[in-house]
Design a protein around this ligand. Structure first.
Ligand SMILES: Nc1nc2c(ncn2[C@@H]2O[C@H](COP(=O)(O)OP(=O)(O)OP(=O)(O)O)[C@@H](O)[C@H]2O)c(=O)[nH]1
Ligand SMILES: [Mg+2]
Length: 344
């Protein structure tokens, strides 16, 4: 089931979704565009729509901003970098516009094949989008990864509108603000930059107005109550991973992949989920399980709470841990965990 505001959307899905049972709605942004024939056409004149690639280094708040616009958590968020590992849509439909945010993995210096795939996933979203929203974070001066992001985005400046959000304005001292803003302005000269706080809401509305203003006129690509292109179980994978990121302190978290083994409805009110956390080494398995199973229990509890909020129903979640040596450099494993494999 796609996750939507109604959460029981299946009856109102467009015919196109039925031809991809169990799959992501749009395998590419172009195929989403091709869906438009199935959409209602009674839109006001001048209706705006399009795909907004939300790009930036890891941890700047891309997913947080998208969740804030949607008014609920559809994209996993955590204080650790590289939380988002694959492209995900966040679809905001208003009376005047349909803004399709494309949440992308943070662009960074890759250390393994998984990192390379994450970067290329982000890059293809830049290419396919109608508008690029470059996100930087004001809490620290520009980093190497910020420069990398700026260089990539510069290539598109003459091809499509580019807008930038300087996030986490709430974390900057007032007397440092203008100097900090300047340092980002020099990264992307001639690009309009708006300072925002994704969490507190400062300037969020203004940023959205500018996004809508820069989008082309167009149809509703998605039904108005659909808010993402991922299924509940795919979002659950991300939420379980984010819970592991939040609970584990050392380097283990990024070596974790999650596979859902069972996802069943339990009468009308609940869901039964079994999932496996794959780690790369035996020693990591011990850390993830924790003393007497305490860490795995903590991860399970926070993941279950998030999935319950997302789905609005009771969830029974059972987790186990297995070792899959070096999976981040194993093309077959990456394919199995669907990193970039079926979205290109
Ligand atoms: N104080 C403050 N924290 C924020 C703000 N926006 C995001 N954060 C925090 O920053 C951290 C990273 O947020 P994410 O949304 O996961 O960042 P991301 O850019 O999606 O990161 P990746 O998926 O790793 O690329 C989380 O702990 C958020 O709560 C903000 O405006 N102010
Ligand atoms: Mg993210």
């Amino acid at each position: 089931m796609y996750y939507s505001l109604k959460s029981t959307i299946s009856a109102s899905l467009p015919t196109v979704s039925l031809s991809f049972p169990g799959r992501i709605l749009a395998t590419s942004l172009d195929s989403a565009r091709a869906c438009q024939d199935n959409m209602p056409m009674d839109l006001p004149e001048g209706y705006k729509s399009g795909f907004v690639a939300v790009a930036g280094r890891p941890n700047v708040g891309k997913s947080t901003l998208i969740n804030a616009y949607l008014g609920q958590m559809v994209a996993a968020v955590s204080p650790k970098p590289q939380t988002t590992q694959r492209r995900q849509l966040g679809i905001l439909t208003t009376e005047n516009a349909q803004v399709i945010f494309v949440d992308t993995p943070g662009i960074h210096e890759p250390l393994h094949s998984l990192g390379e795939r994450m970067n290329s996933e982000a890059e293809s979203s830049l290419e396919d989008s109608d508008l690029i929203l470059a996100i930087f974070s004001l809490d620290v001066p520009p980093t190497e990864d910020d420069r990398r992001v700026a260089e990539r985005i510069k290539e598109y400046r003459n091809k499509k509108p580019v807008l930038s959000a300087l996030n986490k304005i709430d974390l900057v001292e007032a007397d440092e603000l203008s100097e900090r803003v300047n340092s980002f302005e020099t990264l992307l000269p001639q690009v309009e930059m708006i300072s925002v706080s994704a969490t507190l809401g400062d300037n969020r509305e203004r940023l959205l107005e500018r996004i809508v203003a820069l989008l082309p006129e167009g149809p509703q690509y998605y039904p108005q109550d659909q808010i993402t292109d991922l299924y509940e179980r795919e979002i659950a994978v991300d939420l379980i991973r984010a819970a592991a990121l939040q609970n584990l302190r050392n380097e283990v978290p990024h070596a974790i992949a999650v596979r859902i083994d069972e996802y069943k409805d339990r009468n009308d009110h609940g869901a039964y989920i079994e999932a496996t956390l794959f780690v790369e080494r035996e020693s990591q398995k011990g850390i993830v399980i924790g003393k007497g199973g305490s860490m795995l229990k903590a991860i399970g509890t926070s993941a279950r709470k998030e999935i319950e909020i997302l789905t609005g129903r009771k969830v029974f979640l059972k987790l186990r841990v297995k070792v899959l040596r070096g999976w981040r450099n194993d093309p077959n494993a990456l394919k199995r965990f669907q990193y970039g494999s079926d979205q290109k």
